[in-house]
Design a protein around this ligand. Structure first.
Ligand code: TYD
Ligand code: MG
Length: 481
């Protein structure tokens, strides 16, 4: 007897698989999966990216890399120059006629530069931009405002509110296709271009959706070409994610000249413009604005604004200062210490660094002998400011002490200094300028690190400057006259 195997089924399925394979090969266009948070590329889909983001991968067409030959040709022709022989030139700057914005930009808008302005939705990016646009247009320059978010009527309504008479040189273009924007630029030849926002723009040459990493990258590159060839300064608006990250636009951060962040609390009026990257100025300057009925108004006396409402010393409140760019900024640090109910005590900081707060609490326990283990501690920097650096340490420590002991400072006091783990105070920069500002604001006493006091050349009248060695010393001085 011979056994006959019926292979037809197997054969059929083999053929089916083969067919599928050839079909796949024919269809194959090179795609990659790109993390929309950080721009990381992976050949396969991943649930979590190396940056930690979950479910952030989107399939996009792979950018074609230049062929080996092309690369050789481009690099081969480049002739290195002796750096000493390279000429320098004065950057031509366009005055925005907004002092605070000029200051953050490093003295005005540099021609041909790309400026990324980021911020949460609704913070006032479009407002500051229409005001800038109108100011520049009033002074005879042609300005093109490209909006992918709002219609021309909406832009007009806002402009009516904030600009007064709208200058003739201000053009709007509601458009999301970047190739059309290019054509518009060739026609109008603007001297200042605004793109609101990069997440809504797309280039027809790329398949992916607007706002995706490849689109943002492609649009960024195109805009750079427009800016550099026409010597046009360009403002690019970018939205940030909830956590304050630039997300997609992070991929263009390296090619723009300047990254500004517009921040503040939406329910408060104060807005702070800060620069994170600036090829034509410092990054430590901040600009302060108030959001009013008729747009953004500049705030000249920034310390006065932050200290509004603090007219006398109360427990749990201490004035601190930081030096931002070219001016001191004073603000109030508040602390509330209450007995904890059950379990772990809560430690919460708003505007200050949480890790730094834990450290300060540990130093207060160990070096100043305060009992804080069973206390909830809340620290808040009033006015929505997020001071960077460590010079705010002393004020935080004193505010906690003041709330714990229910004692206010004896006289109007400002405190600055970095707290070390040993309980010693370390010097801060620009202390003399902060002291001068404190005297101007009517403070009677400044507590600062002893090393700062030693280097101080002159003391302003009406304000005592007291050098402090360590945290014990600071606490003793704080409540004495
Ligand atoms: P907008 O510039 O549209 O924000 P963004 O472009 O950053 O999304 O401004 C948003 C908010 O500002 C809006 O909620 C209303 C407020 N606003 C004022 O209070 N006064 C004004 O004059 C304008 C134009 C806006
Ligand atoms: Mg807007």
């Amino acid at each position: 007897m011979t056994i006959v195997y019926d292979n037809s089924k197997n054969r059929r399925s083999r053929e089916r698989i083969k067919g599928r394979r050839t079909l796949n090969m024919a269809k194959k266009t090179k795609t990659v999966f790109v993390c929309q948070e950080c721009g990381y590329e992976s050949p396969t889909w991943m649930g979590q990216c190396i940056c930690g983001a979950w479910n952030s991968f989107v399939e996009e067409k792979a950018a074609s890399s230049p062929k080996e030959d092309d690369r050789r040709r481009t690099t081969g022709s480049a002739r290195p120059m002796q750096l000493s022989q390279v000429g320098t030139r004065e950057y031509k700057r366009v005055d925005t006629h907004i002092g605070e914005l000029n200051r953050v930009l490093g003295g005005g808008l540099v021609k041909g530069s790309l400026v990324l302005i980021s911020g949460e939705p609704g913070i006032g990016k479009s407002t500051i931009i229409i005001q800038t646009a109108s100011n520049i247009a009033v002074h005879g320059k042609r300005v093109l405002y490209v909006s992918g978010e709002e219609s021309d009527e909406q832009i007009k309504m806002r402009a009516d509110r904030v600009c007064g008479k709208i200058p003739e040189n201000l053009f709007v273009l509601p458009e999301t296709n970047l190739e059309n924007v290019e054509v518009a630029c060739e026609n109008i030849k603007p001297e200042f271009l605004i793109i609101d926002s990069i997440q809504t723009m797309y280039s027809g040459e790329i398949d992916s959706a607007p706002g995706s990493v490849s689109q943002v990258r492609a649009c960024g590159n195109k805009l750079m070409k427009i800016g550099k060839t026409g010597n046009i300064p360009i403002f690019i608006v970018a939205h940030v994610t909830k956590s304050g990250e630039l997300a997609g636009p992070k991929t263009v951060e390296h090619l723009v000249d300047c990254v500004l962040n517009f921040g503040g609390e939406r329910d408060q009026e104060l807005r702070i413009l800060r620069s994170f990257k600036n090829r034509f100025g410092t990054t430590s300057e901040i600009g302060a604005f108030m959001m009013t009925e008729s747009g953004l108004e500049e705030v000249a006396d920034i310390s006065g604004t932050f200290l509004e409402g603090k007219t006398e010393e109360t427990e749990g409140s201490v004035t601190a200062a930081i030096y931002e760019g070219s001016r001191p900024v004073m603000f109030e640090v508040q602390a509330l210490v209450t007995p904890a109910n059950i379990g772990f005590a809560r430690r919460t900081a708003v505007g200050a660094d949480n890790t730094r707060l834990s450290m300060i609490l540990a130093v207060l326990e160990k070096k100043a002998g305060l009992q804080l283990i069973n206390q909830d501690v809340y620290v808040n920097i009033v006015g929505g400011l997020r001071p960077e650096g460590t010079s705010v340490d002393l004020a935080v420590a004193l505010a906690i002490y003041s709330s714990l002991k229910n004692t206010a400072a004896a006289v109007r006091t400002l405190a600055i200094g970095e707290l070390g783990l040993t309980g010693d105070l370390r010097a801060v920069q620009n202390a003399d300028k902060i002291v001068r500002e404190a005297a101007r604001m009517g403070y009677e006493r400044v507590l600062l690190p002893a090393s700062n006091k030693r280097n101080m050349k002159e003391e302003p009248g009406g304000c005592r400057v007291i050098g402090i060695k360590n945290i014990r010393d600071a606490i003793r001085t704080f409540s004495s006259r």
